[in-house]
Design a binder for this molecule. Structure first.
Ligand code: ZN
Length: 250
């Protein structure tokens, strides 16, 4: 056992620190979980059944137990040290989404639009998890693209907690749930979220943006409860390298 492990074990004894991915004694994410997550390759994903109007969506990984614990720790236990890690994964998805565009993208401005959380969830958590992640992802992406973040959407009415609802119930629950609170006058939008499950949130958000004639390039998420994994048409090393490298070295 190396010094790092002794330190981690001591930390666990004193502070109860555990890896957010596997719950072994560690601070943050242990090297094993980090390595496993960093080896994941983004892919195009589509829920089954796929809602009408579901935008083209790239996710950085399947929603496996490690990522489920990491996202949960970030959102529900305010493990803000994970923002950087999750932002890297999100940046990777956005990067691949932009690389999959059939037509040359308007490089003047790419606007990341976070899927809005319920105001109550933001109050209880003490921070806006998706927007915080998006802001850091944009900073990473700015090395290559002119990216900004605009919380253009808001929840238009109170919606029930989506957890536990089936696909049809989620669609019904979310119909008309979002409204445009800030217009986007230049550039094209990319919707961003931590997780895609039934696709209801992304579909409803895409509908609102399209109704406002805002160009939409697609959506990017950290994880997907994979129903259908589509072949990634641009999964070459050149596309992925900058951020994968970043993930491994941080
Ligand atoms: Zn771990």
């Amino acid at each position: 056992m190396g010094v790092e492990h002794w330190l981690a074990a001591a930390g666990d004894l004193l502070l109860g620190a555990r890896c957010h991915g596997c719950w072994q004694p560690w601070w943050g994410i242990c090297p094993r979980c980090r390595e496993q997550l960093a080896s994941r390759r983004p892919f195009l994903t589509k829920p089954v059944p796929c809602p009408n109007g579901f935008p083209i969506t790239v996710t950085s990984s399947a929603y496996d137990p490690i990522l489920r614990r990491v996202i949960n720790a970030y959102k529900e236990r305010q493990a803000l040290t994970l923002t950087s890690f999750l932002a890297d994964r999100l940046a990777l998805s956005v990067h691949v989404l932009l690389a999959t565009q059939a037509r040359p993208i308007d490089a003047s401005r790419i606007v990341l639009v976070p899927i809005p959380s319920a105001p109550r969830a933001i109050r209880e958590r003490g921070f806006d998890a998706t927007t915080s992640m998006a802001r850091l992802a944009a900073r990473r992406l700015r090395a290559q693209y002119p990216v900004t973040v605009r919380p253009a959407l808001a929840q238009g009415r109170r919606v029930a907690d989506q957890a536990g609802l089936r696909a049809a119930a989620r669609r019904e629950n979310l119909a008309g749930a979002f409204r445009l609170r800030r217009p986007i006058t230049t550039g094209a939008a990319v919707l961003v979220d931590d997780l895609v499950t039934t696709g209801s949130s992304l579909t409803e958000a895409a509908r609102v943006l399209r109704a406002a004639n805002i160009p939409l390039l697609g959506a990017a998420t950290v994880a997907a409860t994979v129903r259908l994994q589509c072949q990634n048409p641009s999964g070459n090393a050149q596309v992925r390298d900058p951020f994968v490298h970043g993930l491994r070295t941080q």
